[in-house]
Design a protein around this ligand. Structure first.
Ligand SMILES: *[C@@H]1O[C@H](CO)[C@@H](O)[C@H](O)[C@H]1NC(C)=O
Length: 487
């Protein structure tokens, strides 16, 4: 084969994300080879490449032909299900690769699997990247947010490609070299955890507006459209407005009202919460969103519980709260509560990233992470530019909550935030994400917490000792003896 016919890069695994990313790469002018064990997938992709503008894409039907069709040093992206399929695909391809070639896993992989594979690849002289890809099908095709971590040399080999393929925002392409090891996967995982939080908070805003405010789907569509023109402007707010506009094709009314209230999940949110616990980082908003997905799954139990508690005399309080509602003010309050809650959720995610960065020596650049999330990905939002600037002002920011700009915004919104949460509680409408964010804020901002009492209890029953506010050292007290004596 002569050099001119070789592809610049390869992609194996032609499910939805793989096909779209391959077409995107080809469209940006980088000849690409594609491969999938299931040959119909290769043909499908070839057809699409042909139909979507004669894109420079070649299909290959064996791992060997595929690998040999790529110019050296070869870069091969694999987009298959995380876990064992990744190992199998690597084994099939690596057999034909040479030292200096690179494998790039674009799946939602657990970061430690990537770190193991980096070592295994290195034994064969191969370079490795674990690259988070966000943006779903649409993003993959037209510009995703890319989070490559691992070998810097490997990143440099594909830097020109990813810079063109990624979503473009006014301050550059939504891609940056994240760091060593599994940092790209880890950052993508936290991105997904933050996404869980955003979606939960939006669903709570919807719940309050609908059930306390009595808003119709038409009104909700209008409000989310309006919100999308202000500080909340984001992909998730935009698509939420669209969802409220869709009528049910199979019957009366709106489709959203016919959807079973059970949320699915694939595991990255759970990993985020597990990592937060592992690193002793509080992430209550993200945890609340995960818990809500779990509770949503108990549909039958919830229906049974509703009946048992209503038989036991529980009355819906929504009606009585709703009667005195000023709709316009409620809408404005919910907007502010959503924004303030979101800041706390992002603060948690960023602090989780910081803790991991310290543990692993990844040297993550938080301003850059916020920047590459401004476009392409599911959490893309105008608000991320403010986060970027907050970390540019102070790379060592302890928390977004104490960035002077965000601090001011939270203070301005706290009255509305408290009104919404208070109203929801009185109405019996659960808002676990908003409550978790508010509690996080109120706990973090208080110079003195009731933890003194917990320390006293621990010392009383377990002699765990305590420190004092007024002198150095560890102290233990014979609490019971002293209490009984004085009592
Ligand atoms: C090919 O396609 C099948 C089914 O669509 C998928 O399960 C498999 O992981 C794909 N990838 C590779 C590299 O063969």
């Amino acid at each position: 084969m002569e050099a001119a016919t070789l592809s610049r890069i390869g992609l194996a695994g032609l499910a939805v994300m793989g096909q779209n990313l391959a077409l995107n790469i080809a469209e940006k002018g980088f000849p690409i080879s594609v491969y999938n064990r299931t040959t119909s997938k290769v043909d499908e992709t070839l057809d699409r490449a042909h139909n979507e503008g004669q894109l420079p894409l070649t299909g290959h039907y064996t791992p060997r032909d595929f690998v040999l069709s790529i110019q050296k040093p070869r870069s091969v992206i694999i987009l298959v299900k995380a876990g064992a399929p990744v190992d199998q695909t690597i084994a099939a391809l690596a057999a034909h690769m040479e030292p200096g070639d690179t494998i790039i896993d674009g799946g939602n992989e657990w970061y430690e699997n990537t770190e193991r594979r980096i070592v295994e690849a290195a034994d064969k002289g191969l370079l490795y990247l674990g690259m988070g890809v966000s943006g779903g099908e649409e993003g993959a095709r037209n510009g995703p947010s890319l989070m490559p971590g691992g070998s810097f040399e490997a990143y440099n080999n594909i830097k020109d490609i990813v810079a063109k393929v990624a979503a473009q925002v006014e301050d550059g392409p939504c891609v940056t070299y994240i760091g060593e090891g599994g940092s790209g996967n880890f950052v993508k995982m936290v991105h997904n955890g933050i996404e869980y939080g955003d979606m939960q908070l939006i669903s709570e805003a919807y719940d309050v507006l609908k059930n306390v405010g009595g808003l119709s789907n038409d009104e909700l569509a209008e409000i989310f459209d309006e919100w999308n023109r202000g500080e909340l402007e984001s992909f998730l707010i935009e698509i939420t407005a669209d969802i409220f506009k869709v009528k049910d094709e199979h019957g009366e009314g709106w489709l959203v009202d016919k959807i079973l209230d059970k949320t699915g999940m694939k595991g990255t949110g759970k990993w985020t919460v597990q990592q937060a616990a592992e690193l002793s980082v509080a992430a209550p908003t993200i945890a609340a969103s995960l818990d809500c997905r779990y509770l949503s799954g108990l549909k039958d139990e919830r229906e049974a519980a509703a009946k048992v508690l209503s038989d036991a005399g529980l009355k819906e309080e929504v009606g009585s709260v709703r009667s005195g509602i000023d709709k316009k003010r409620l809408i404005d309050d919910v907007r502010q509560a959503l924004y303030a809650s979101k800041i706390c959720s992002y603060a948690q995610g960023m602090n989780l990233l910081r803790a991991k960065s310290v543990e692993k020596n990844w040297n993550l650049n938080f301003g850059e992470l916020a920047r590459i999330w401004k476009g392409g990905c599911i959490i893309r939002a105008v608000f991320l530019d403010r986060i970027k600037k907050a970390y540019q002002r102070n790379p060592n920011l302890a928390s977004l909550v104490v960035d002077p700009d965000f601090a001011k915004e939270m203070v301005q919104r706290q009255a509305a935030w408290r009104r919404v949460v208070g109203l929801a509680i009185s109405a019996g409408i659960s808002t676990p994400g908003m409550c978790a964010s508010l509690a996080y804020f109120d706990t973090y901002r208080r110079a003195r917490l009731p933890a003194n009492l917990v320390q006293a209890q621990r010392d009383l029953f377990g002699a765990h000792t305590y420190e004092r506010v007024d002198r150095e050292g560890a102290f233990h007290t014979e609490w019971t003896k002293l209490a009984r004596k004085s009592g």
